[in-house]
Design a protein around this ligand. Structure first.
Ligand code: UTP
Length: 292
C-alpha cells in the first residue's frame, strides 16, 4: 500500500457567505483567535504525516502565499525583542518550514471538483488527502490521519463524514452507507445537495477525504452538477458506485469558516482553551452570559 504523503487544500472559492469580510481577504485567512484558518488545516495535515501540500488559490489570494513565507524584517525585529518575543519568533519561522508548500491557481471558479483537478500533475500517480480550505476540524487526533489509517486498512478512497440535521442535509451531501465496524462504513452511493426525496442517510461529507489518483480521469468526465459547478461529490459518487469507498465517522469538532456562525463558534471555543487568554475569556463569557 502506497503511503499518503501529499495533500491538496482547495482555497479558491469566492466566499460569498462572509462578505464584505472576504471582499479583498480570502476566507481561509480569517483568524481563529491568533492564527488564520488555513494554518490550523496545514498543521492538521503535518500532524497526520503529510510532507507535501498543494494549496489551490485564485486571484487575490496572495495573502495565503505570504503567510507561509519568511519575513526577514519582522524576524529581525522579534530577535531583538528579548526572551518574551523569542517564542513568537519561533512560531513565525516554523510556519514556513512545517511542510513543503506549493501553490497553483484555479483560473476560473468552476467548482471544488475542478479545483482538485488542478492538482493532477502535482499528485501524479499517488493517493492523496483533500482538506477543504474552509473546514477547520480540531481535536486530539488529527482527522486527516484518521482517514489515512482507513485508507491503509481498506485500500479504498475514504470520506470524512458526520451526521447532520435533517434540516441541514440539503446544503450538504447525503451518503448511502452500511456499517463495517465502529466508525467505519462502506459507502456505495452519494448525492450532492439532495432534495427531499433524494436523502439516503444523514451522513454527509464534511471537509476531508483521501482519494486514489483514478479520481482525475473521473473528474475529466464529470459534467457540471449542482450550481453549474464541477462537483467533487459527483466524481466520488462514480468511484463509490464502481469500487466502493469507506466513510469514517471521524472524531473531531468541525467549524465551517465559510459561514458567520461557524467563525464565531470556532473563535469562542478556541479562545476558551487558549493558554494566554483562556482564563480571562472564560470570566468575560460567564459575566456576559448573565446578561443574556
Ligand atoms: P464552498 O462550497 O464553500 O464555496 O467551497 P465558496 O465559493 O468558497 O463559498 P460561498 O458559498 O461562496 O460562500 C468549498 C471549498 O472548495 C473551495 C473553497 O475554497 C472551499 O475550500 N473551492 C470551491 C475552490 O477551491 N474552487 C471552486 O471553484 C469552488
Amino acid at each position: 500500500m502506497m503511503k499518503v504523503t501529499k495533500a491538496v487544500i482547495p482555497a479558491a472559492g469566492l466566499g460569498t457567505r462572509v462578505l464584505p469580510a472576504t471582499k479583498s481577504m480570502p476566507k481561509e485567512m480569517l483568524p481563529i483567535v491568533d492564527k488564520p484558518a488555513i494554518q490550523y488545516i496545514v498543521e492538521e495535515a503535518v500532524q497526520s504525516g503529510i510532507t507535501d501540500i498543494l494549496i489551490i488559490t485564485n486571484r487575490g489570494k496572495g495573502l495565503i502565499e505570504d503567510h507561509f513565507d519568511r519575513v526577514p524584517e519582522l524576524e529581525a525585529r522579534l530577535e531583538n525583542g528579548g526572551p518574551e518575543k523569542e517564542a513568537i519568533l519561533k512560531d513565525v519561522i516554523d510556519i514556513a518550514h512545517r511542510a513543503n508548500i506549493y501553490f497553483v491557481r484555479q483560473k476560473e471558479t468552476r467548482g471544488l471538483g475542478h479545483a482538485v483537478n488542478c492538482a493532477r500533475s502535482f499528485i501524479a500517480n499517488e493517493p492523496f488527502a483533500v482538506l477543504y480550505g474552509d473546514d477547520v476540524i480540531l481535536g486530539k487526533n488529527p482527522v486527516c490521519g484518521q482517514l489515512i489509517r482507513a485508507y491503509e486498512e481498506f485500500g479504498l478512497g475514504v470520506l470524512g463524514v458526520k451526521e447532520v440535521s435533517p434540516a441541514a442535509i440539503h446544503k450538504y451531501s447525503s451518503l448511502k452507507v452500511e456499517n463495517i465496524r465502529g466508525c467505519y462504513y462502506k459507502c456505495t452511493d452519494m448525492i450532492e445537495k439532495p432534495s427531499e426525496g433524494q436523502v439516503m442517510s444523514l451522513f454527509s461529507i464534511l471537509g476531508r477525504c483521501v482519494l486514489p489518483p483514478e479520481i482525475f480521469d473521473i473528474l475529466d468526465q464529470t459534467a457540471p452538477g449542482a450550481g453549474g459547478e464541477i462537483q467533487l461529490t459527483d466524481a466520488m459518487c462514480t468511484l463509490a458506485r464502481s469500487k466502493g469507498m469507506v466513510a469514517v465517522d471521524f472524531d473531531g469538532r468541525r467549524y465551517d469558516m465559510g459561514n458567520k456562525l461557524g467563525i464565531m463558534q470556532a473563535n469562542c471555543e478556541v479562545a476558551l482553551e487558549h493558554p494566554e487568554i483562556g482564563g480571562a475569556f472564560r470570566t468575560y463569557l460567564k459575566e456576559l452570559a448573565k446578561t443574556l
